[in-house]
Design a protein around this ligand. Structure first.
Ligand SMILES: Cc1cc2nc3c(=O)[nH]c(=O)nc-3n(C[C@H](O)[C@H](O)[C@H](O)COP(=O)(O)O)c2cc1C
Length: 247
């Protein structure tokens, strides 16, 4: 179903009530403003699971939040931010306290490596990403520690990263968590199930081998390509095994 709404006077349809509408109906919905003003919002639903809403602001860049925790695998976050930085996104990112340390330990990298990213301090609850009014279309937590995963599953907002994830959930946006931990205990599995049931994507950092990887970078890119695929971001990092370019 496709439905277009034209607001002739003012923004009588805000992002918020557009989302409320979309939560009730699986439909495509477009809202624009007449009198030569730029289109206001284009929103669509239906491409993902029930209850999930994508919102694009057509007069601004698409916002995406990357959360980086203290799990091993910070290289995945580095590669993801590199890929996002090549594209036109409004990229916001936040480390957990341990996330900063593990990134430094494993990759010898920090925020300065990504000048195009808007960084937020882990303890700054006044940050815009702590508010539902500026929720991003997608939030990706990579790598995601079991600690952060469990906090998100249980509604705990102990730092800005967890709060941004809680906001992503309450605003019915897309949340992607990339845990690295193995093996996982029942507590972690139950937290994953809890989150999966409300539409969160649990994407374990486990690369495939059908693309015949030759280097560690090939393995990393396979996981990052999967993340981009799930976030609906076109990329060439992750190809299907039927793709003729898969060597
Ligand atoms: C080098 C290093 C690697 C770690 N790897 C993992 C991991 O893969 N998964 C995990 O859940 N925790 C891992 N941890 C433990 C987390 O950093 C720890 O549980 C921390 O409290 C997580 O905090 P956060 O969720 O706020 O980032 C690791 C810690 C260190 C120092």
């Amino acid at each position: 179903m496709f439905l277009e709404i034209i607001c002739s006077q003012s923004r009588s349809f805000t992002t918020h009530n557009l989302c409320a509408t979309l939560r009730l109906r699986r439909c495509r919905l477009k809202c624009s403003i007449e009198n030569d003003r730029k289109p206001c919002y284009t929103a669509f639903a239906g491409s993902q699971s029930e209850g999930k809403t994508n919102v694009h602001t057509t007069d601004t860049m698409k916002r995406i939040i990357v959360g980086i925790t203290g799990a091993s695998g910070s290289i995945y976050a580095v590669r993801l931010l590199e890929e996002l930085s090549k594209r036109k996104y409004d990229i916001h990112a936040v480390f957990s306290r341990t996330g900063t340390e593990v990134m430094r330990f494993e990759c010898n990298a920090d925020q300065k490596r990504f000048p195009d990213v808007k960084w937020h301090e882990h303890d700054n609850m006044f940050s815009e990403i702590a508010s539902g009014c500026s929720a991003a279309e997608t939030m990706i937590v990579v790598p995601c520690s079991v600690n952060t995963l469990s906090c998100i599953a249980h509604g705990i907002s102990g730092n800005l990263l967890q709060r941004a994830a809680a906001v992503t959930l309450k605003e019915r946006r897309h949340l992607i968590l990339v845990p690295r931990e193995t093996p996982v205990d029942s507590i972690a599995l139950e937290s994953m199930l809890t989150l999966s049931k409300i539409g969160v994507t649990i994407l374990p950092a486990s690369p495939g081998f059908y693309h015949h990887p030759k280097t560690i970078d090939d393995l990393i890119d396979h996981v990052v390509g999967k993340i981009l695929n799930i976030a609906n971001i076109p990329n060439e990092l992750c190809r299907s095994w039927t793709d003729p370019n898969t060597i």
